[in-house]
Design a protein around this ligand. Structure first.
Ligand SMILES: O=P(O)(O)OC[C@H]1O[C@](O)(COP(=O)(O)O)[C@@H](O)[C@@H]1O
Ligand SMILES: [Mg+2]
Ligand SMILES: [Mg+2]
Length: 344
């Protein structure tokens, strides 16, 4: 192929499907089920992207009129995204059980032959849905531990982050991207709506070891732990830039590419932080570590936290390694009884 032809007809690039196929041999259980599962998630993301893009034109903005298990007012798009992802996971046949932010209990798909469990935040950044600010979807994939042929169990769902076989997020922003890892690096794909395809646009994403961006909701500063107050002051004294979108996926994505730290600490209001271990924190921790960064709850490696409940929350310190190390250095070691009380 000569350069003239390339110039005349620019190659469109590697589609997600082709990339998944090529990478399949990298995966020890390369029987194609995980590849199919990733494709099922990408399909649901395309449909949800379409709904989001036209949400102002059709009546899917605003509250749905129900609260989820977190006591949060569900937005219509929370519910729509939840339906779309669960339907795609069910129809794909690779998943036996789903944990979703929008459902109190485990969701059995009825596909007991499915080898995988998915934990999902169908729509992240709900407070930004109606104001046209970037929002996202976050997912973690685990291999079931129980015997195939029966429904997935609580043990299948409550696995440590280190046992994830894949994780990723979709960001519905100025462009729509899917970013994921299967433990062999992190790759990003941009959605080309006119072709209905995700194309590889960010191969082998790595995050800078440091940066000058800090992301934290300073509206809760009065009830931050003392160490967090000191770290925030350190960022200000170092003339860092404060950036906070209020959509975890969007704040995380920016800091992943540019370097920086996102913190959602324990506060007086949220004594265990706000973010959920199983379908927000573990997935992003897997990605940031695969990109050379770090994630902790302020005290320990986040992916080593033993989950005890589907919707448990945990403080999140995530981003460039040097910044997370710095933040941790300000946080006094938590008294044993406080750890015991929090993890009880
Ligand atoms: O308004 P706060 O307290 O800063 O919380 C914002 C955080 O809450 C979230 O919206 C929680 O996620 P959901 O929107 O999926 O519930 C994060 O995306 C965001 O980072
Ligand atoms: Mg969320
Ligand atoms: Mg959500």
């Amino acid at each position: 192929m000569d350069h003239n032809q390339d110039r005349l007809a620019l190659p469109v690039g590697t589609t997600l499907d082709r990339f998944i196929m090529r990478k399949q041999e990298d995966f020890p259980y390369a029987t194609g089920e995980l590849s199919q599962l990733l494709r099922d998630i990408a399909l649901a993301a395309k449909i949800v992207n379409r709904e989001i893009n036209r949400s102002g034109l059709i009546d899917i903005t605003g509250a749905y009129g129900q609260q989820n298990v977190q006591g949060e007012e569900q937005q219509k798009l929370d519910v729509i995204a939840n339906i779309r992802f669960i339907r795609a996971l069910r129809n794909g046949g690779e998943v036996c059980t789903v944990i979703s932010e929008e459902d109190e209990d485990m969701i059995q798909t009825g596909k007991n032959q499915g080898k995988y469990v998915v934990a999902i935040d169908p729509l992240d950044g709900s407070s930004n849905i109606d104001v046209n600010v970037s929002i996202g979807t976050i997912f973690s994939i685990y291999r079931r531990q129980s015997a195939i042929g029966q429904e997935g169990t609580q043990e299948d769902c409550l696995q440590k982050g280190v046992h994830q076989v894949a994780a990723g997020y979709v960001i519905y922003g100025s462009s729509t991207m899917l970013v994921y890892t299967t433990g062999n690096g992190v790759n990003g794909f941009t959605y080309e709506a006119s072709l209905g395809e995700f194309f590889l646009s960010h191969p082998n994403i790595t995050t800078p070891p440091s940066g000058n961006i800090y992301s934290i909701n300073e509206g809760s500063a009065n009830s931050f732990p003392e160490g967090v107050k000191q770290f925030v002051q350190y960022c200000k004294d170092s003339s860092f830039s404060a950036r906070y979108i209020g959509s975890l996926v969007a704040d995380f994505h920016r800091n992943l590419l540019k370097g920086g730290i996102y913190i959602y600490p324990a506060t007086a209001k949220n004594t265990n932080g706000k973010l959920r271990l199983m379908y927000e924190c573990n997935a992003l921790a897997f990605i940031v570590e695969q990109a050379g960064g770090k994630a902790s709850n302020g005290q320990k490696r986040l992916m080593e936290i033993e989950p005890t409940s589907l919707h448990q929350r945990c403080p999140l310190y995530i981003g460039s390694t040097e910044l997370v190390d710095k933040a941790e250095s300000f946080l006094s070691p938590e008294p044993a009884e406080a750890v015991a009380a929090r993890e009880a």
